[in-house]
Design a protein around this ligand. Structure first.
Ligand code: TXA
Ligand code: MG
Length: 321
């Protein structure tokens, strides 16, 4: 059910979970010092215990209590991107609840920019919050999505439609190379990090042990089966998920993410569109993945390919020309 701001504060302080808005997606939040609530996040989402959680803080000051800010460029990255949609994996200053870190000696931490979320963090302190969807399903970018996912059984603080619509970008400093690697593509284009780092971080993956454990599980999938499709191919089915500035012949039903030239617009609509397919009982749809993987469009491509399935380990590199 929907709850007011003061109800959300009370629930979190009492050790309950609340779905909260962020500028990326809605998160299922608990205070970092409420182990039963943290346990309840894993149970509610059906989340594997080996998948660690992101800590959300109000300020750098709050972050300093939890993590070391000593890896190269950490302070500059924080100055440039916080509050905002960049998650840093940083070494812990002192041990925290191992349910949060899945036993790792580092923690993923970010400082969201959503005003209501910031107000909440200021009032109740740091919160862990994975995306509020049941594990494997498309993330929620509206309060209604969370109500739909749990039949209203989860308390939700409504902060409107998420401005970014896709999860934060996660980076980690590689202790061997001293360089930051991309652990997850997200709302911040890796190109923007070049200004601070002097290089564009690349996706890091070493076989079965990606630096971001969550990347190895199935993600973002609607119930509908999705088929990758490129303009010029025959229509393999009657429904297409594509772009509003393209003409799709041979399809009866068209779902538009937005303009193919505007990846941010498409990302904002992405999870609503995937959810819409299921709401309307679409069993099979083609997905237009015929677009260049540049900037934020890399995130769009990665999420679409994961929604299609089977591409969870595929690394999409930027074009070399
Ligand atoms: O935008 C977001 O990041 C949203 C909102 C709610 O803040 N949260 C989110 O959380 O996407 P979640 O749990 O759905 O994804 C977090 C990812 C997982 O893939 C997890 O494996 C990874 O971050 N992660 C968390 N802690 C980590 C750590 N210490 N080391 C490596 N990866 C970590
Ligand atoms: Mg998630």
């Amino acid at each position: 059910m929907l709850v007011s701001f003061s109800e959300a504060v009370d629930l979190l302080n009492q050790g309950r979970i609340v779905a909260i808005p962020t500028e990326t997606v809605y998160g299922l939040a608990a205070r970092i010092d409420r182990p039963h609530a943290i346990e309840s996040i894993f149970v509610t989402k059906g989340r594997p215990r080996k998948n660690p959680l992101i800590v959300h803080v109000y300020s750098l000051e709050d972050a300093r209590h939890l993590v070391q800010i000593d890896a190269p460029h950490t302070q500059e990255l924080i100055d440039a991107f916080w509050p905002g949609s960049l998650t840093l994996i940083l070494k812990l200053r002192q041990p925290i609840d191992s349910a949060i870190t899945a036993g790792l000696d580092s923690v993923a931490i970010r400082c969201p920019s959503h005003p209501l979320c910031r107000q909440l963090l200021q009032e109740v302190g740091p919160l862990v919050a994975p995306s509020a969807n049941p594990s494997g399903r498309p993330s929620p970018s509206m309060a209604q999505h969370v109500l739909d996912d749990y039949d209203g059984a989860v308390s939700v603080l409504d902060g409107g439609r998420c401005a970014k619509g896709v999860e934060s970008t996660i980076i980690a400093c590689n202790s061997v190379t001293g360089r930051w690697d991309l652990a997850r593509l997200g709302a911040i284009s890796p190109d923007l990090l070049e200004k601070i780092l002097g290089y564009i971080p690349t996706l890091y993956n070493c076989g079965d042990t990606p630096i971001c454990p969550g990347q190895k599980w199935q993600h973002y999938s609607p119930k509908a089966k999705l088929l990758p499709w490129h303009p010029g191919l025959m229509a393999p089915t009657t429904t297409i998920l594509g772009f509003s500035d393209r003409v799709y012949e041979g399809f009866d039903l068209r779902y538009y993410l937005g303009r193919s030239t505007e990846p941010q617009e498409c990302l904002q609509n992405l999870y609503s569109c995937l959810r819409q397919l299921d709401k309307q009982g679409i069993a099979l749809a083609a997905v237009d993945i015929g677009f260049p993987r540049i900037g934020l469009a890399r995130t769009l491509a990665e999420r679409l390919e994961k929604a299609i399935g089977g591409a969870a380990e595929v690394i999409i590199e930027a074009p070399t020309v």
